[in-house]
Design a protein around this ligand. Sequence first.
Ligand code: ADP
Ligand code: MG
Length: 752
Amino acid sequence: GVGVGGNLSLAQNLNLNRWNGRPYSQRYFDILEKRKTLPVWQQKDEFLQALNANQSLILVGETGSGKTTQIPQFVLEAIKLDDKGKKMMVACTQPRRVAAMSVSHRVAEEMDVTIGEEVGYSIRFEDKSSARTILKYLTDGMLLREAMTDPLLEQYKVIILDEAHERTLATDVLFGLLKEVLRNRPDLKLVVMSATLEAEKFQAYFSGAPLMKVPGRLFPVEIFYTQDPERDYLEAAIRTVVQIHMCEPPGDILVFLTGEEEIEDACKKIAKEVTNMGDQVGPIKAVPLYSTLPPAMQQKIFEPAPPPVKEGGPLGRKIVVSTNIAETSLTIDGIVYVIDPGFAKQKVYNPRVRVESLLVSPISRASAHQRSGRAGRTQPGKCFRLYTEKSFKNDLQPQTYPEILRSNLANTVLTLKKLGIDDLVHFDFMDPPAPETLMRALEVLNYLGALDDEGNLTKMGEIMSEFPLDPQMSKMLVVSPGFNCSNEILSISAMLSGKILLLSSTSLIPKFVTVLGCIGCVLCPVRLSSAIALSGFHATVWCVPQNLLIPNCFVRPREAQKAADEAKAQFGHIDGDHLTLLNVYHAYKQNNEDPSWCYENFVNQRAMKNADNVRQQLLRIMSRYNLKLCSTDFSSREYYVNIRKAMLAGYFMQVAHLERTGHYLTVKDNQVVHLHPSNCLDHKPEWVIYNEYVLTSRNFIRTVTDVRGEWLVDIAPHYYDLENFPQCEAKRVLEKLYKKREKDREDKKNRK
Ligand code: ADP
Ligand code: MG
């Protein structure tokens, strides 16, 4: 083959593909014609001149103008990637995994190369790139991780931060970091790309980098509001789809909903309703789009609408039901109607009680604008907002708060420390996080031993930062050899981390819970959800448990719930859900990963495969740091005890105590919580560790395991230090435990 830049002129002379030396396919030329019609092509020369003349550049353009797919290719054409014999790459970041995967596939097609070779992608736990790769799409989080081992990002010649308007946590950190890197690497170039209007803010932040605007090619979009607030946006959305399909001229529909379960549910209901209408209406294809959808399914959004059933019959329609992904990250051509219920799932964090959760909350006006814009890409369109015009004007915030103001920052702070940024207070954040949130993060890392009392990264912290996991889980992994159970802890971590979900709309979780009044005011430091309470949407908040993000290895089809529950029960471990997950993993391996075993036992094979893959990767990090792989003898009474102790060594800050009144209180924060109904315990343990805190009308703790009070004072005495403990029942119990320990020591001494 022809190396990068190698026999370039020869290849060009022969009209061969510059990147792999092969003749171009017909498809290449077909797509090229289409590409040339994209708005960014009008400004190709202008862009390349600006890139040549400046180190950083800001590019703003409507969604669909060709930024993500075309700009990196323009860069490749113009920039020499060989530097003193060293091959360098172009990076393009995406906040969303789905976008990184989908766009890289498309660009590989456009360049007529194989995905994973010249064009690749990299997302957490999946790297599809090779030594040949010259253009890599990667999540912003992955680029941040790369910076940890390659602080000057020397692999790259040009870095494109795409979807900058999304203001994800990782993108915001990259902003500050890259500003620093650019100073140290005059040869590096940065392009910041964004869809909406905050361009001036970016420009000010990047000290006057030139701003290039790509005029959109937007057709007018007519906006409709509802007269009265809708009681149930899901039902209203489905009703609107059906009405459009019956009454409106041809054109595809895009519906914005908040999460996988809702979306799958809506797709089924839409299909059913339209089928019931018989052949007076055209055929439809309802396609879901959300982040955990397998790549092959994602591709379906680009397929055309179905043809008429019989010649001359009513035309078919494609209906894409999507999360926020379709707002700006992915562009689907042919959309003429947009349905916008006005909600999205958003992260909120309350540092006071250290709870981060995803809440379904109203979107911002900027989001609403973006959503309606999706209807006018190829012809004039219509947008149906399922809320009142008054709500739009009075209740929606102008912009979405950046994620950094709504997140738990423990992981980010660890990353920054590892990157050598010690002075967090003076780090150049575009929007500095709340001091309380930073304090909380430092405190958590200090308790975990990742930072010393001066706030410096410890050896432990350094190793922990290598794992792409929450600090608690990393800590549990790092200390697990000391508890002689690193094999098992690896499996449990993998089972907890694989964020893959069921396709069927089943769940162990109770349906969305309606909460009256505003829980947001208490929980949300930036008052994001106080808007919910005031909102004319009606004073109701839908809280979505974090179930949409947790690995669910159990399948529970509606038609076989009893059998599924029985199957799950055979894996149940009376001491806790973590151990149940371990049992499932072991059974899967003992049955040689057999798909029919999975099917018969209501185990989701995809979740298991994913867990296995995650485990492999964590294992690699473990061996790099010589963390020994070991297990306690299975027949030993200590087998499960050791595992539970190792988990506690990571999660000692996520403990709840059973009060005499019969409910649980989280330790130190004293929040009332309930064991999630999905737990498999056969008793109510006095102390439990939990994996997550699920916010609904009742607060649940989910994935829980029984631990012993004695272990708390043995394993985490610095956290269970009574001088630093609010008055409560748990404190009195701990006092007794300390006294008992003291007495045992005395007795021992006296016996000697
Ligand atoms: P922007 O980043 O400015 O929003 P993109 O570069 O993502 O724009 O998209 C430009 C165009 O590329 C879209 O309008 C669409 O026609 C086409 N496109 C992008 N991805 C795909 C895909 N996977 N399949 C088919 N067409 C695609
Ligand atoms: Mg884009």
